[in-house]
Design a protein around this ligand. Structure first.
Ligand code: ZN
Length: 168
């Protein structure tokens, strides 16, 4: 396994449509393993293959437990509700923007052996599915925002979240 370099905004490969994976071979397994190691090292929530310069429809997501989710050729099947929150991206380091996403998303994807499965998520996971699948079509979350959040705006957002938590 190896840590791969994460490319950042401005790199051509982040604006390309990625190709469907058709060979579930060792090369794909190496890519998935490297992406998982790279995501862990970067302490991110999700990573799409174009972020390491590979134009294939492959995503890894850090789940709630130790196991990471591997998504090959993921597609959104269903989405509902709405949430707004600060979103960041390993390819746009140190910046955050307010993005509105569906609050619930159900997707289907193939595993590293080519078997299809379905998975659903709410809140952060739903946000993550949308964000990563957009990467595969050459889009970044920054296309949804009108400005990057300032420190003050971020602080105010988290203070408000905390206050809401205490009320519960
Ligand atoms: Zn991203």
């Amino acid at each position: 396994m190896a840590i791969r370099k994460i490319v950042t905004q401005g790199d051509d490969r982040l604006s390309k449509k990625c190709r469907t994976v058709t060979d579930f071979n060792q090369r794909l397994h190496d890519l998935l393993d490297d992406m998982k190691e790279t995501l862990t090292e970067a302490q991110g929530v999700g990573l799409a293959a174009p972020q390491v310069g590979v134009l294939r429809r492959v995503v890894v997501i850090a789940g709630e437990d130790e196991d990471m989710l591997e998504l090959v050729n993921p597609r959104i099947l269903e989405q509902s509700g709405e949430q707004s929150g600060p979103e960041g991206c390993l390819s746009v380091p140190g910046k955050w923007g307010m993005v509105t996403r569906p609050n619930f998303v159900r997707i289907e994807a193939q595993d590293r052996y080519g078997d299809w499965f379905e998975v659903e998520g709410e809140e952060l996971m739903a946000r993550c599915f949308c964000h990563e699948i957009e990467h595969l079509d050459g889009h970044l979350y920054v296309e949804h925002i009108d400005h990057f959040l300032t420190e003050e705006e971020l602080d105010a957002y988290y203070a408000e979240q905390e206050a809401q938590e205490e009320e519960k």
